[in-house]
Write a protein that binds this ligand. Structure first.
Ligand SMILES: NC(=O)c1ccc[n+]([C@@H]2O[C@H](COP(=O)([O-])OP(=O)(O)OC[C@H]3O[C@@H](n4cnc5c(N)ncnc54)[C@H](O)[C@@H]3O)[C@@H](O)[C@H]2O)c1
Length: 311
């Protein structure tokens, strides 16, 4: 199939592009390289350096690429950035996503797949949230992602296109950008390797559902042929930030210096997803244990440090 991947120079997008190419698909990447990097983009993919907010240019790219499937990963991932600059967050996460959906549908794509979020939609949860759990939007990022989901549903009705929303938990793995506050695993590993203290916002007892990027990639590819719908993609396991620090330092064989800062308003305290529907409808289950995924991620960060590159 012809697959168009927006955000394909980023963390999740670039791994997905690699897997699509390995499965024999032809891939066009659309990315403005604002947080993604060219080096992430597989040489076998076509890279179009385009801002998804530019409807006219995007239209030309999609018309040429004639994708069967559009995967919309381009976005701002940083909740704190969304609090500081909600307008900029919305311009990419709402308008950029809407452009992508409507241009894809107008040019005949049969399937649209959107990268949404579980944590920022369900808010505080004390048991794994499934897709019917109440939506509690605590940050502009959550508002924008939820708005984009609603636009996707509208595009699906308007154009009769099969649309799938994947609500990821906290994704981690090689290539995650440590310069963005969003990826706590990447931030911790980078700082650990640089010998810098690990900064924990709040008491460290806040919990997250960490899902390895290769598990997310498998979900993205399964979504191309599974029944359309909205699916959580997470492990169902809660890990505290304090436990994450302990796991990272044990793998690295070092003792981390930890500093505590004030908790950030707008960030949820506990977040964990029930991915039972994805298991039932898509045949998806997480296969990576946290420790194994962290080991792979650490190895990648060590390799980056040794080659003088900074993620
Ligand atoms: N990483 C996570 O834990 C997580 C969790 C839930 C949802 N998501 C969603 O998954 C998607 C990918 O996230 P990621 O972690 O790979 O982040 P990332 O920052 O590595 O990737 C995003 C990519 O989008 C590109 N981009 C940003 N704005 C753009 C624009 N206006 N036009 C074109 N390209 C643009 C960036 O250059 C980058 O390559 C995002 O939509 C994010 O909201 C991520």
């Amino acid at each position: 199939m012809n697959v168009l991947v927006t955000g394909g120079a980023g963390f999740i997008g670039s791994h997905t592009v690699d897997a699509l190419l390995a499965a024999g698909h032809a891939v066009t990447v659309v990315d403005d390289l604002s947080t993604g990097v060219r080096a992430n983009v597989n040489d076998a993919a076509i890279l179009e350096q385009v801002d998804v907010r530019d409807a006219v240019v995007l239209d030309g790219v999609v018309r040429r690429a004639r994708p069967d499937v559009v995967m919309a990963f381009a976005g701002r991932v940083d909740v704190r950035h969304s609090i500081e600059d909600p307008v900029q967050d919305a311009s990419t996460n709402v308008l950029g996503s809407l452009n992508t959906f409507s241009v894809g549908a107008r040019h005949g794509a049969g399937r649209l797949i959107f990268a949404s979020t579980g944590g920022a939609l369900y808010g505080e949860v004390h048991a794994p949230a499934d897709e019917r759990s109440p939506i509690r939007l605590l940050s502009p990022y959550g508002v924008a992602k939820y708005a984009a989901e609603q636009y996707l549903a509208w595009v699906s009705r308007q154009f009769g296109v099969a649309c799938t929303t994947l609500r990821y938990a906290n994704v981690y793995g090689p290539r995650q950008n440590a310069a963005q506050e969003a990826g706590v695993v990447a931030v911790f590993l980078r700082r650990m390797l640089d010998g810098d203290p690990l900064v924990i916002n709040g008491d460290g007892l806040q919990t997250r559902d960490f899902v390895y990027v290769q598990d997310v990639v498998r979900a993205n590819l399964l979504a191309m042929t599974s029944p359309a719908g909205t699916y959580n993609i997470g492990t169902g396991a809660s890990t505290s930030v304090e436990d994450l620090v302990a796991l990272c330092t044990a793998l690295h064989g070092s003792v981390a210096v930890v500093q505590h800062r004030q908790a950030v308003a707008g960030e949820v305290r506990d977040s964990v997803l029930d991915a039972g529907l994805a298991a039932e409808q898509m045949g998806w289950r997480p296969l990576w244990a946290l420790e194994d995924g962290l080991r792979q991620t650490l190895e990648w960060f060590v390799g980056q440090a040794e080659s003088g590159r900074h993620a």
